[in-house]
Design a protein around this ligand. Structure first.
Ligand SMILES: [Zn+2]
Length: 64
């Protein structure tokens, strides 16, 4: 039985942080944004379609 972890290593995926979207796609297709407050930054990932729609997590700043 092939290992699931081995498959995950080949295709690194991330889930969109938008709860209404939750698209899972390759990290290459995702946009990384930072959210939170000064000193408590966290990295969140959203899909490109959400990014194009202008959806952002609360307090997020886009970082490319
Ligand atoms: Zn999305």
């Amino acid at each position: 039985m092939p290992s699931l972890k081995a498959m995950e290593n080949k295709t690194l995926t991330a889930e969109c942080a938008n709860p209404e979207c939750s698209t899972r796609a390759s990290t290459e297709l995702m946009v990384g944004v930072t959210a939170g407050q000064v000193g408590q930054w966290r990295q969140v990932t959203i899909c490109q379609s959400c990014a194009e729609k202008g959806w952002r997590p609360e307090n997020a700043a886009v970082r490319r």
